[in-house]
Design a binder for this molecule. Structure first.
Ligand code: ZN
Length: 86
């Protein structure tokens, strides 16, 4: 069980998008080793205008402006998952 950084609710790992600040590479989605943050499938959470700030705080890193584009792509892919949920 992991906590969504936006709504602070607890979810099963499979219902969350994992964002990791990898030790070697930069930010990775659903993989990588390092400090991680999780976001649930609720629109309210991933469309949160403060999500970047919350992620920066959780990952203790600076996120490039391009991050949000990649994030949106990942979110779109992630919503195609069979277990759509919420
Ligand atoms: Zn949430």
């Amino acid at each position: 069980m992991r906590i969504c950084i936006s709504c602070r609710k607890t979810y099963d790992r499979k219902n969350l998008l994992k964002i990791t600040k990898d030790h070697k590479q930069s930010i990775m989605f659903q993989e990588g080793m390092g400090r991680s943050a999780y976001i649930c499938k609720s629109k309210k959470c991933y469309l949160d205008p403060k999500i970047k700030k919350k992620l920066q705080k959780a990952l203790k890193t600076f996120l490039e402006p391009e991050f949000i584009d990649i994030f949106e792509q990942e979110i779109a892919r992630y919503n195609d998952y069979p277990n759509k949920g919420i």
